[in-house]
Design a protein around this ligand. Sequence first.
Ligand SMILES: N[C@@H](CCC(=O)N[C@@H](CS)C(=O)NCC(=O)O)C(=O)O
Length: 248
Amino acid sequence: MKQTFMSFDHDLADMCAQERRQGLWQNPAASCCSVQPLEQTGGTREKDLPVGEHPLQLYSMGKPNGVKVTILLEELIALEHSNAEYDAWLIRIGEGTQFSSGFVGVNPNSKIPAMVDRSTNPPTRLFESGSILFYLAEKFGAFLPTEHYKRAETMNWLTWQMGSAPFVGGGFGHFYAYAPFRIESAIDRFAMETKRQLHVLDSHLAWNEYMVGDEYTIADIAIWPWYGAIMNDAYDARNSSRSTNTRT
Ligand SMILES: N[C@@H](CCC(=O)N[C@@H](CS)C(=O)NCC(=O)O)C(=O)O
């Protein structure tokens, strides 16, 4: 079974928004992108994860953090790294699959993406998209420069992205597009922060082809699914100058 998870999942986003407007957001287990209640951190359902034939098992879905890992895997396969072949298993976060015991065994934090490298003994569990990108880049010796300055710069931008994304998704995306009611100060704060981050990228990319000069790295792979999605109108936010008071 192979799925791709290559693009922003607008259907899921719409479903989240709908759920919340209908009040399902009060039951975090039933809604996606939820705040995970403490009692669910240990895995609420006894269910093993499926395992396929390839060395790498990916448990994910088509949301920006998941897309990062899929892009890197597909780039590695394009470079003919045959050990980068993977089985991709859809984790339906809207249905709470991330709280199953099998998933929690791979990612105790119950968030996609998660991965298992079964080519090692014992198998290596991986969670946090930045950690997965770094692990794969090191393992395959690709998209992570070896030269001192460029390697440091790659990690600067990779960790910048990991630290910045929650302001975009959990902050701007939530308050602008999905929240059941509108809070002007929250929308303003996170819209400004998202614009500021886009400005940081714009300024840097005015002088650099990629985030690390002329080299395509895991920093670009981490950054594109989030900021590319914003530029492609994720959250229906292109016209974000519209008044926070008039949007319904
Ligand atoms: N810092 C984590 C964030 C992962 C994350 O927030 N995943 C979201 C989807 S984009 C998720 O699984 N949400 C499910 C939930 O909150 O229950 C990473 O980069 O891997």
